[in-house]
Design a protein around this ligand. Sequence first.
Ligand SMILES: [Zn+2]
Length: 249
Amino acid sequence: MPFALAALGGLVIGSFLNVVAYRLPRGESLVSGRSRCPSCGTHIKPYDNVPVVGWLLLRGHCRHCGARISPRYPIVELVSAVLAVAVVLRGHSGREIALGLTLVVVLVPVALIDLDHRIIPNRITLPAAVAAVAIGLVTAPGRVPEQLIAGAAAAAFLLVFVLAYPRGMGMGDVKLAGVLGLFLGRSVGVAILAGVLSATLVGAVVIARVGVERGRKTALPFGPFLALGGLVALFAGAAIVHWYVHTSL
Ligand SMILES: [Zn+2]
């Protein structure tokens, strides 16, 4: 039953995160105003706006003008639902579930906005940092120092990285790394490692496909990789840290 609830909640949250990813960088209100077709501007009917189902029934086209509606919307809703269920399934405590669900709510729009606009808005990272510390203070104040140290260390590491290798990275990535540290504690090392590895891998694939000359000019935004690393650390970070400590000692 909690899983069905988490799945439904995840779909609804995913639908809201689509709205956040579209409206926040455009400076539009997140709460007021119904969704419109990006092509013709017609208000989307509430029954067409049901997560995933609406898109499927319309076969990915606006009911009014017939313009194609990106499959990204239902995909984001489905991914959010899967992540919400996974967080609830794996969470050992209220603290883990609260931190995990909040982190998902932060990372999904951050990845989408960075892909679309090459920015990571302070309007997401700042409230995210406050939320992580607040959840820590309420649920396990004794572990807040670990959160703060991990956040500072991750931000400092990324800052050095950005200064040394600025292509496709910026201060938004530094702040996002700090936020990941606040949410993940010591597992943030896994997040950064997974982020750098996946970015390197995708960068190599791009270079293999378009050649070194054009590939080097294709600056991939780093935020989506950092977000992916954050999810890897969220679900496997503790296990990976445990494995590393026990195999290297
Ligand atoms: Zn339309």
